[in-house]
Each structure stands twice: as C-alpha cells, then as structure tokens.
Design a protein around this ligand. Structure first.
Ligand code: UDP
Length: 374
C-alpha cells in the first residue's frame, strides 16, 4: 500500500491550492485524485481548433483585492489584464449590468432618467451599491417604480431560469452580489486585480501542481483509492453529503447544460457576456475571443442552460442557498468537525457559493490552520 502524507480529493481550485501549499511550504507528499478526465475542475479551459480559448464550464474571470492571493497565483501564470463587462438585453436594449446610472439613461427617456438619477443619489449617495431586494423596500413612489422595473426586467426572469426560485426565496447574498450601482462604472467587478491567465486556467493549474511531491490521478474515485493508498490527512473538496453517505439527506445544487458553438462570423455580440433575463431558456451567452483578445475569422460562444443537479447526469455547480438547505448542511458540518485531520473545503465541501477568490481564500485559511497545528 503506497503511503502519502496527504490525500486531496478533487483537483479543482481548492484542491490544487492545498496540494501546492502542502508540497511547497511543508515539503509533504500529496496525492490528488479527481473523478474527471481533466484537472482544474470548473476552471478547466482549452484552446479550440480556431485558436480560441474556451472555458468548458462557463466564463471565469479572476478578480481579487488580496495582494497575497494575486501574488500567489502570479507565480504560476502570466496575466492578461481584463476588466469584465456584461450587457443585459432589457426590452430589446443592451444595458450595462449591474444596472447603473448609464443603464438608467438607456432604458428611460432623458428627463425621466435624470429625475430618477437625482432621487437615487439623494436617497443612497453616489457610488453606492444597493441590493435589489433593499431597493424594493423604498417608500418613494418613483424609486419604488424603478425598483419594480429592475426587479422584473433584470432579476426575476434570470433568477427563475438560473435557480428555479425567485430572488426572495434565496439567500439575499445571491442577488446581492449583482447590486444596483449608483455610478457610471460599467464594469461587472470593482476589485483591484482583474485578469485572465494568459496561457489559460488549465496551464496555471498544471504549473501549480508541478512538484516532485505532488502526484495527480485522474478518473479516480475516493471510494476506490482507499483500498490502494494510506494517508494521514484528508482534504476533501467533493460534496460533503456524499462523504457522509447522505445520512442527513441530499443537498440540492443547480447545474448547467452548456452548449458551445462556433459561428462563422468574426464577432457575435458587443460584450464578452450578454445576459438574457427575459428571452430564451439560456441565461447568458459568453463570447470567448474577448477574454484573451484572440483573433479568428470565427467566434466561439457558450450558451448556459441551468438545470437541477442529478447524480450521474451532470455536475454539482451551484449550491442552492436557502435556510432549509443550510440547516441540512450544518448537520453535516457538525459531524465533519469531529473528524481528526480531515478538512472539507471549496464550493462542495463547504456548500458555499464561492467565487475563485473566495475559494482560494478558504484554501489558504485552511492551510494556515494545518500549518499552525503541526
Ligand atoms: N442576476 C440576475 N440578473 C442578471 C445577473 C445576475 O438576476 O442579469 C442574479 C441571478 O440570481 C444570479 C446572481 O445574480 O444567479 C449572481 O450572478 P452572477 O453573474 O454573479 O452569477 P455566476 O457568474 O456566479 O453564475
């Protein structure tokens, strides 16, 4: 039986960061396993025959305010500086998302927009971000009209497609991450560092995992590997409920059926991502050549069709955050706490809607915990 100091289950972002730190900083041996045929989890990308780098699981734009995280990843990739922009098709008009003061002037006549702009600034202040559920609580008649307009046109249809729930049925943080922005800033994110790995995410993962102490085994299941290897510490980035054999019941997730298509035209849309809250069954279209400014006479797009996660059919992509699901997760988390030398991290291990930045932060915190325990 081969011996490793660490077994890391899952070769997505949390697993790769942990393996890297355990090998580089502690000099420990690490076996990383993944069920899939590829590394990098849902960050996986590849260059297609048209020279366009496609994100197989939908668009990933890296951003962080943390210099520690930025410097950590910068050891493993060069960057293409990229400030993400999203347009939403509202009443047939392309408007900046998050909905901001520029969006206001796109959808309303100038005088009406000016009146609403003045009221927004007076009520909340310039450069403030207001979650839609909070904006809906305003008493002012005009602001109430505006809130209902944005709620209906930007959030309701999109959220029903994405989650099969209304915004109020989900944890407020879900729609709160795309707040109405009282500003002229058309960027989707405001973080200090925003970029795409210049050689792609997959290459960045390869570099992170390139260490004599790290071994990666793909198409390998946790259940099978336990008969073959021994380990002292377990980092589990898979679904926590699966680890515990569903003893408190299933935790629901949304998944995505992503259709990738190449069109025989140089450019399809006016932004890297266009959201369709009101039309079609997909939520958004991403046009990949934008992300690394790749040139091609053709263009490759992804169409995201959300659907429920079903074992054996698709992947767990989004934990569905609401009180009932959190209560089930808490029972698993309580059991997890009692297990020595075992850590559950990442979107599936922690049942959190982490973006890449928070995933890395979660892994680095866990690593520090392990390091200080030794
Ligand atoms: N959202 C929406 N309309 C939009 C954009 C976002 O209703 O045009 C809501 C929706 O509920 C979505 C959430 O805000 O799931 C978070 O959006 P984000 O773009 O951050 O989602 P992700 O990129 O993680 O899929």
């Amino acid at each position: 039986m081969k011996k490793y100091k660490n077994l890391v289950v899952g070769c997505g972002l949390s697993g790769a960061v942990m393996a890297n730190k355990l090998a580089n900083e502690l000099g420990e041996t690490v076996l990383v396993i993944d069920r899939k045929k590829h590394i990098a989890g849902t960050c996986y990308d590849y260059k297609n025959e048209y020279g366009i780098t496609v994100h197989q699981y939908g668009p990933h734009i890296f951003r962080t305010n943390s210099k520690e995280i930025w410097d950590f990843l910068s050891q493993y990739t060069q960057w293409y500086p990229f400030m993400h922009k999203v347009l939403g098709l509202i009443d047939g008009i392309e408007v900046p998302i998050p909905f901001n003061l520029n969006s206001l002037y796109k959808v309303f006549p100038p005088q009406m927009a000016a009146g609403l702009e003045a009221k927004l600034i007076a009520a909340f202040g310039f450069n403030k971000k207001i979650p839609i559920l909070q904006l809906r609580g305003t008493q002012d008649k005009d602001l109430h009209f505006l809130a209902e307009y944005i709620y209906t046109k930007v959030f309701l249809g999109y959220t029903l497609k994405q989650w099969d729930y209304t915004p109020e049925q989900l944890d407020p943080s879900v729609t709160g991450s795309v707040p109405v922005y009282i500003s002229r800033d058309d960027r989707y994110f405001q973080e200090k560092y925003q970029a795409i790995p210049r050689q792609g995410y997959t290459k960045m993962f390869e570099n992170m995992l390139h260490h004599p102490n790290i071994e990666v085994r793909l198409e390998t299941d946790f259940a099978d590997i336990q008969k073959e290897v021994s380990y002292e510490r377990l980092i589990y980035t898979g679904a926590i409920e699966e680890f515990f054999n569903y003893k408190y019941g299933k935790l629901p997730y949304r998944s995505l059926d992503i259709k990738i298509e190449t069109f025989d035209t140089e450019k399809f849309q006016n932004a890297p991502v266009v959201n369709y809250p009101e039309n079609y069954d997909f939520t958004r279209i991403a046009e990949y050549k934008y992300f690394l400014n790749e040139k091609s006479p053709k263009t490759t797009l992804s169409f995201e069709y959300p659907e429920n996660f079903e074992e054996g059919k698709n992947d767990r992509i989004y934990p569905i955050l609401n009180e009932a699901n959190q209560a089930v997760y808490d029972r698993y988390a309580a059991d997890a706490k009692t297990m020595p030398n075992t850590y559950f991290i990442g979107r599936l291990g922690a049942y959190r809607y982490y973006d890449m930045n928070r995933t890395i932060a979660n892994a680095l915190e866990t690593f520090k915990l392990i390091k200080n325990k030794r």
